[in-house]
Ligand binder design. Structure first.
Ligand code: ZN
Ligand code: ZN
Length: 130
């Protein structure tokens, strides 16, 4: 196991949709969240202390999608930990619930070369290459 879901279960968990006043990085997919874009700010606490997590709306949607894959397979999601979405996708492919060549699987498991890379122009503004 790469995580300990049970051990790190949150005592409370709160999600808020915000609009970013600066460029941020999604902690799930590690892509940039441009200034002015909506994102999710999550806060919570486990027995070990408080945590925060920044997530783009695309990842929120992808969590919904991967949960649905496991739900349709009538299986428990392997890992509920934020930041481990790719682990759930990999397990789904390994178990045959998701095609390896499914664009969703490629998005999460493809080599870095296949993933979009954020670029900055001359004025240091973020140029999204999705
Ligand atoms: Zn993301
Ligand atoms: Zn977990």
């Amino acid at each position: 196991m790469i995580c300990s879901c049970e051990d790190s279960r949150s005592i409370f968990h709160h999600t808020e949709e915000r609009r970013s006043r600066k460029i941020r990085k999604c902690e799930e997919c590690r892509r940039w969240i441009p200034k002015g874009a909506k994102y999710l700010k999550m806060v919570g606490a486990t027995q070990y202390g408080f945590w925060t997590f920044v997530m783009c709306l695309g990842c929120d949607e992808d969590w919904r999608q991967i949960r649905n894959v496991w739900y349709l397979a009538r299986q428990e999601l392997p890992c509920n930990c934020l930041g481990n979405l790719d682990h759930n996708v990999r397990e789904a492919v390994d178990c045959g619930f998701l095609e390896k060549h499914d664009p969703f699987a490629v998005k999460w498991l493809g080599s870095p070369k296949e993933r979009p890379v954020p670029q900055f122009n001359d004025e240091q503004q973020l140029v999204l290459t999705f």
